[in-house]
Design a protein around this ligand. Structure first.
Ligand code: PEP
Length: 251
């Protein structure tokens, strides 16, 4: 059975005090018996404090929004996968479209990041998604296939079983424009097929593929009802406990 996952990408928001209050509210609003894996992605500096809050609660953990593509050394301002693991982080987002766009992350770097994430026993959430012009010109399958082939096709079957993918159409991120359930399902099943062709059906059936892009309490239910959508990577709507908890309960 594939894992159902709801991940909250807080981006560059919240102070420590606000972050702690939000995590406490989310913890107290999650039923112990729910089967959804919850991962919250605060700014790096809050990971350790928040991980100590989630430690005792089943099914909820803290991750990082990024890591550096090299192991350690003289890279002022960067954070390694090893450092994230040492403060209790469990997951790392890789290849978010904002990082591809503002920091020009290359596929080679993204591959190196995932390698180090695996090496440190963390789980990567690798993001793919087409830009608006690629959607409009009907090039969206090609764009996403390239992002998959050039990054995750380099890993082994065993590693791929531990990877999470997120389909995030760039035109839907932070815009209020969500992919329709049909558009999401079409791309998720395309991604799963690509994984099956490369790594086999067993890996494809096991890998969780999340949808991201203006997913909120109002549309999560119909998106999560799609056969190949295994949860969501949530930006704006993860910043308020009530809305995020409603999304978790949308399965
Ligand atoms: C994201 O940044 O991954 C995201 C999906 O953002 P939003 O939900 O705000 O569109």
């Amino acid at each position: 059975m594939r894992k159902k996952i709801v991940a909250g990408n807080w981006k560059m928001n919240k102070t420590l005090q606000e972050a702690e209050a939000l995590v406490k509210e989310i913890i107290s609003g999650c039923a112990d018996e729910d089967t959804v894996t919850k991962v919250l992605f605060p700014p790096f500096v809050f990971i350790q404090d928040l991980a100590s809050l989630t430690k005792e609660k089943k099914g909820i953990s803290i991750g990082a929004q990024n890591c550096y593509h090299l192991e350690s050394g003289a890279y002022t301002g960067e954070v390694s996968a090893n450092a994230i693991a040492s403060v209790g982080g469990t997951h790392v987002i890789v290849g978010h479209s904002e990082r591809r766009m503002y920091f020009n992350e290359s596929h080679e770097e993204l591959r190196q990041k995932i390698e180090l994430i695996f090496k440190n026993n963390l789980t990567p959430i690798y993001c793919v998604g087409e830009k608006l012009n690629e959607r409009k010109s009907n090039n969206y399958f090609h764009a996403v296939k390239k992002q998959i082939e050039e990054v995750i096709f380099h890993f082994s079957e065993a590693q791929m079983k531990k990877c999470v993918l997120a389909y995030e159409p760039v035109w839907a991120i932070g815009t209020g424009e969500t992919a329709t359930p049909e558009q999401a399902q079409e791309m998720h099943s395309f991604i799963r097929l690509a994984v099956a062709e490369k790594f086999g059906q067993a890996v494809a059936s096991e890998i969780s593929i999340l949808y991201g892009g203006s997913c909120n309490a109002g549309n999560a239910k119909e998106l999560f009802a799609c056969a190949d959508v295994d949860g969501g990577l949530i930006g704006g709507a993860s910043l308020k406990a009530g809305e995020f908890l409603s999304i978790i309960k949308s399965f």
